[in-house]
Design a protein around this ligand. Structure first.
Ligand SMILES: Nc1ncnc2c1ncn2[C@@H]1O[C@H](COP(=O)(O)OP(=O)(O)OP(=O)(O)O)[C@@H](O)[C@H]1O
Length: 257
């Protein structure tokens, strides 16, 4: 289970998270939607303590993330697979080295075990015999799959996906959505998927939460969100240019503006 409790974070003078609370049940896939710059990535960074809140708490699997130190923090990082925006593979390492990187750096596993785990992880994302390829030899969709394989190679309990379908064509995006579903079923993971791609959100989510002006303003099943009468949700999911969501920092938003 993942819990952000009343988290506030100011970055560069902007109140990005403002007493924000979110909880993700064990085995659930929660999708966070919201406009660019609304704080979706910042939210994920708090869960792995790449960022610390100004106020509030973060709990993962019952542990107070802000109290973890050294070895315990490393253990937390082993329990969480991160799929960053863009995939970000190391260009100078082979696919196999990329996928096994964390195992080599942080776990005392024999090379033969690492090779086996790398093969298994690649197979889970539908890739076979690609260990010796260089990232530059791969298509965008394959790179995303390799990034997924890398995220699952520690067999995490949690996977955090930051815009996994951004920058790929709709068919590749659909294949990635399917993989997110499959990994959820096969590895029984708890997942958070950050996206502004509503097709992806409806496809992979157990529940969808919408972030706006520092808070979760709506949450529900895909159907509850799809048929929501909330004007903010409706505007976002239909992509309407006009509505209560504004571009400005000084909007007359629902939080008092
Ligand atoms: N390290 C930082 N220092 C200063 N400001 C930051 C930092 N990280 C993020 N921000 C700001 O916080 C806000 C939220 O950023 P975040 O990356 O979480 O947005 P997002 O919702 O993930 O957007 P996108 O969909 O474009 O990725 C943005 O205004 C961003 O500029």
């Amino acid at each position: 289970m993942i819990e952000l409790i009343d988290v506030s974070k100011n970055l560069g003078g902007k109140q990005v998270l403002d007493h924000m609370s979110l909880s993700v049940e064990e085995g659930e896939t929660k999708v966070i939607i919201g406009r660019s710059g609304v704080g979706k990535s910042v939210t994920l960074k708090h869960i792995v303590r790449l960022m610390e809140p100004d106020e509030g708490g973060v709990r993962v699997e019952g542990k107070d993330v802000l109290a973890l130190q050294g070895k315990e923090l490393n253990e937390l990082h082993m329990e969480i697979g991160l799929v960053f925006q863009g995939g970000a593979l190391f260009d100078s390492l082979t696919v196999g080295e990329n996928v096994g990187f964390i195992l080599r750096e942080h776990m005392s596993m024999a090379q033969s075990e690492i090779d086996k785990r790398v093969r298994e992880s690649l197979a889970l994302v539908g890739l076979y015999d690609v260990e010796h390829y260089m990232p530059a030899d791969l298509s965008g969709g394959m790179k995303k799959r390799v990034a997924l394989a890398r995220a699952i190679c520690t067999r995490p309990k949690i996977i955090l996906y930051d815009e996994p379908t951004t920058g790929v064509d709709p068919i590749t995006a659909d294949a990635i959505n399917q993989l997110i579903d499959e990994l959820h079923d096969k590895l029984k993971v708890t997942s958070i998927v950050v996206t502004h791609d509503m097709r992806s959100a409806y496809k992979v989510a157990d529940r969808i939460a919408m972030l706006y002006e520092g808070k979760i303003i709506a949450e529900g099943t895909p159907d509850e969100i799809r048929y929501s009468h909330d004007p903010y949700v409706h505007q976002f999911i239909t992509g309407a240019a006009h509505g209560p969501i504004t571009d400005g920092q000084n909007s007359n938003g629902r939080n008092g503006g």
